[in-house]
Design a protein around this ligand. Structure first.
Ligand SMILES: Cc1ncc(COP(=O)(O)O)c(C=O)c1O
Length: 384
């Protein structure tokens, strides 16, 4: 008992100060259990796949097909954790995404960290969108390469930087997101590919929020023009994990040098079977994707009806962000919407820049027009 008390007393002062600062700034985070009775405008389960019975059944069939009695992975991929189901799933993914290879990681965070930190070398340069996800920025800070950000979704600024740095570095990597996680807006992929091609840069595209929301296939014909695509299972696929598609050389390289791939237990067979099932379902049953697209259209129309469009960042994706500004103000409005039965979360600084604090509406195939009308009508009253 005494020992526990003295440990508690020893919590470093500098860390306590950081916690106090967060509390003072209204940005202290607490874990909260989601209330299932609220209307879901917050989860990343855009297509409702995490609850879909037919996906669960297909996943069970997959496990039976591979006569797998193991539910875990039993080790890292390079040791005892490389089982036939995961190997065949990667072959399936490579085919579906029209690439030479696919490599599964435990999460999108791990995939970005492992990829970026291992490929970029001391004489290389990384150019990345200024609003890139934390996993991209952490991958960059672990790499020995130089790095600069370019203005958000501004291909002119990217081009100016590529032109300035061309021939000054061995390899230039350009990294961005297809759909931005906090803003919901999109990069023009084809144009970005063209810019990278012009300057001989390697293009890395994080597609976490794009697959299943902008396209139900995701298998667009990018050919070999993208160095690496990162796709996560935790969003539209309603599960957990991620994979990187690219060349066979990239796969060989990552297996040898990406630490977040090497030094960790492989994903469980249960997870892989579910991810496979979810992929097959998305490809063959387009109805949830179509419902999501029509809910997004309805949401955008309703914003106009309530004169709310100017508060929202322009977006055609499942992420719709209402920029309000000020941690306290956003939290208050989020709480008021929650009290009315709508689970709309506040996104605070420092997750987003100060002054750009916002409410983020995540839309789903299972949201209804009535839920959207009621929540936006309430929001309009709170804002005006
Ligand atoms: C753009 C983007 N990349 C990567 C990730 C990380 O993916 P995961 O949740 O699988 O770690 C996220 C998750 O929030 C994301 O939004």
């Amino acid at each position: 008992m005494k020992k526990i008390q003295s440990l508690k007393l020893k919590f470093p002062k500098t860390l306590q100060k950081k916690i106090d600062k967060r509390k003072h700034e209204g940005s202290f985070r607490k874990l909260k259990i989601s209330d299932p009775t609220l209307v879901d405008f917050s989860s990343n389960d855009y297509l409702g796949f995490s609850k879909k019975q037919s996906i669960s059944e297909f996943a069970e069939d997959k496990l039976k097909e591979y006569s797998s009695e193991l539910h875990g992975a039993n080790g890292s991929r390079l040791l005892s954790g490389n089982y036939p189901l995961i190997k065949d799933f990667e072959i399936y993914l490579a085919k579906q995404y029209d690439a030479e290879s696919a490599l599964v990681f435990n999460s999108g965070y791990d995939a970005n960290l492992g990829l970026i930190s291992s490929v970029a070398q001391p004489h290389d340069l990384i150019l990345y969108d200024e609003l890139s996800h934390a996993s991209i920025r952490d991958g960059i800070s672990l790499s020995p390469a130089r790095s600069y950000k370019f203005k958000h979704n501004n291909l002119k600024d990217l081009e100016a930087k590529l032109s300035k740095f061309q021939n000054k570095f061995e390899t230039i990597y350009v990294i961005t997101e297809h759909v931005f996680s906090m803003d919901g807006d999109e990069v023009e992929v084809e144009a970005a590919i063209e810019v990278c091609e012009t300057y001989g840069a390697c293009f890395i595209l994080d597609e976490a929020h794009a697959i299943g929301t902008l396209t139900n296939t995701g298998y667009r014909d990018y050919g070999n023009k993208i160095f690496a695509r990162i796709i996560t299972f935790g969003k539209s696929f309603g599960s957990h994990g991620a994979f990187i598609v690219g060349s066979k050389d990239l796969q060989d390289y990552l297996i040898n040098f990406a630490k977040s791939f090497i030094y960790t237990t492989a994903p469980s067979q249960d997870t892989i079977a579910r991810n496979w099932a979810a992929h097959d379902y998305l490809r063959t049953e387009p109805q949830d994707f179509e419902s999501l697209r029509s809910i997004i259209s309805y949401f955008l129309d309703t914003l106009k009806t309530h004169n709310l469009a100017s508060y929202f960042i322009e977006s055609n994706s499942a992420i719709q962000s209402c920029v309000i500004g000020g941690n306290q103000k956003v939290k208050t409005i989020s709480n008021q919407l929650q009290a009315e039965g709508f689970d709309v979360r506040a996104i605070l600084s420092p997750t987003v820049p100060e002054g750009k604090e916002r409410l983020r509406f995540c839309l789903h195939s299972y949201n209804t027009e009535v839920e959207i009308s009621k929540s936006l009508s309430k929001l309009s009253k709170l804002l005006n």
